[in-house]
Design a protein. Structure first.
Length: 135
């Protein structure tokens, strides 16, 4: 801006100051509108609590009973597969009949297999290899 007349420099600086002041005032006005909107929303939120609709029970008892009912709704019932040959304490009782038969055939029958073959001693050595594929 060198070489310009002084009145042009002063006019440009005055316009720049006025523009900055105007932008500042617009920003402050926008912030005040936002604050007013937030205050209004906060005041609405305070008075707008939902009322409980109940059957006359005490709130603490009703809440615990309702919570227990909701939990019971999602609990898994005890499953009885219909297999009568499953002992209650059998660790393999959760497996299907076919799976237990296959495991017994391979020699992984567990305690039931040991009870049946108490007198027999197995001399055969079984070697199991676990193989995984590398990709």
């Amino acid at each position: 801006m060198e070489g310009e007349p002084e009145w042009m420099i002063e006019t440009a600086l005055r316009r720049k100051r006025e523009e900055l002041a105007r932008k500042w005032e617009e920003r402050e006005a926008q912030l005040e509108r936002i604050r007013a909107r937030e205050r209004l929303a906060e005041e609405k939120g305070r008075g707008a609590k939902r009322q409980r609709v109940g059957d006359g029970e005490f709130p603490s008892r009703r809440g615990k009973a309702r919570e227990a009912d909701e939990e019971a709704e999602f609990l898994i019932d005890d499953w009885e597969g219909g297999d009568s040959d499953i002992a209650p304490g059998d660790p393999l009782g959760m497996l299907s009949k076919e799976t237990r038969e296959l495991m017994a055939k391979v020699g992984l029958g567990g305690a039931k297999k040991l009870e049946e073959e108490e007198g027999e001693v197995e001399d055969e050595i079984k070697v199991w290899f676990m193989i995984s594929r590398w990709i």
